[in-house]
Design a protein around this ligand. Structure first.
Ligand code: SF4
Length: 346
């Protein structure tokens, strides 16, 4: 197998390219390497999911794309984030501000803490139109009501004048989506967009993001800990563990034939009916025993070794490198999960 850091794809359709990204945080216990050499590519119009448990580095990766890492403690120490032909890490703050909420938008996990509690929701959407399109107050209001209607808010004229605490969690998330999409971004980053919502609303929000993506020809990056949530809408999957990418591939390939033990464990832990159509052989749910290793004291070998059902002697001493195993398909494991004779499950 050919060794490489990044999955291969054609640059012609590439919407976002993250190359060997490293992000560190200063902590009382020392420098914590939250993101360790992450690379992936997103094609134009594609929906990509970054999947992993808490502490995998997925949200830090998303915040790095937006350059929203808290500068007091965090630092992008190296790498490239290429969007629209430019390395975002080389742009000054003024250019970045222009880019955020314009060409690139983000939906955050918890809308209540992202929306201004003292400002009517309509005005928060309108601000985006005023700032980026330089329209007057009346036009911003008209565009905001139109956008609130588009994201499925009932009675948008009334909602326009309500405060965040006066509407439900699902409605607040729709307002966040309206703000994120107000200027028709080329790239939307959604960090756990449905975590705080019940299952029915989760489905509606994901359908909404997918519908608006098709309508606006956007590319989308969804950050999630739950493979099941995105099984039906994602084109491409990047699986992260302990700050590294451990597997990449098209969603169907990942669900039908996971090649990394961690990906396999994540799929087996998904209690979603939707996945059954893709993983027909799965009949029982399994939990992933143990926890993500302390990033301040990473083991010498594979970071997943302690929890891996397939670990062999070499795994505890030698860290596996990322290997390309197909078109935009790569895996970080000493063994090939698809070849049973090379694996002896513990
Ligand atoms: Fe498991 Fe070894 Fe592969 Fe790591 S390298 S995932 S421990 S089999």
């Amino acid at each position: 197998m050919m060794k490489s850091n990044i999955p291969n794809s054609t640059d012609l359709t590439c919407a976002l390219k993250v190359v060997d990204l490293h992000v560190d945080f200063a902590t009382a216990g020392g420098v914590l390497p939250a993101v360790r050499g992450v690379s992936f590519e997103l094609e134009q119009g594609e929906t990509l999911a970054i999947v992993g448990e808490s502490g995998s580095g997925k949200s830090v990766t998303a915040l790095s794309i937006m350059q929203l890492i808290a500068k007091r403690t965090g630092r992008i120490s190296s790498g490239e984030i290429v969007f629209d032909g430019q390395d975002l890490l080389k742009l000054d703050e003024h250019k970045l501000r222009e880019m955020r909420g314009n060409a690139i938008s983000m939906i955050f996990q918890e809308p209540m803490s992202s929306l201004n509690p003292l400002m009517k929701v309509g005005h928060q959407v309108g601000e985006v139109f005023r700032r980026h399109l330089k329209v007057d107050r009346a036009e911003a209001k008209r565009l905001s009501i139109e956008m609130l209607r588009k994201v499925g808010l009932s009675a948008p004229e009334r909602r326009y004048n309500e405060f965040p605490h006066q509407i439900s969690g699902g409605m607040r998330q729709r307002v966040m989506i309206a703000i994120a999409l107000a200027c028709r971004p080329q790239l939307l980053i959604a960090d756990e967009p449905t975590t705080a919502l019940d299952v029915t609303i989760q489905g509606q929000i994901l359908d909404l993001i997918q519908g608006l993506k098709n309508e606006n020809e956007m590319s989308v990056v969804i950050i999630t800990h739950d493979l099941g949530v995105v099984a039906e809408i994602v084109d491409y999957v990047v699986v992260m563990y302990a700050g590294q990418v451990v597997e990449t591939g098209y969603a169907r390939e990942i669900f039908e034939q996971p090649r990394h033990p961690y990906t396999k464990a994540l799929i087996n832990a998904v209690p979603k009916l939707g996945l059954r159509t893709r993983t027909k052989q799965r009949t029982r749910l399994e939990e992933i025993v143990g926890t993500v290793p302390n990033l301040l004291a990473l083991p010498a070998g594979c970071a997943f070794c302690e929890r891996c059902d397939y670990a062999q002697e070499i795994c505890s001493t030698l860290a596996p490198s990322m290997e390309v195993v197909g078109a935009r398909r790569s895996v970080r494991c000493h063994f090939d999960l698809t070849k049973k004779d090379r694996h002896h499950e513990r």
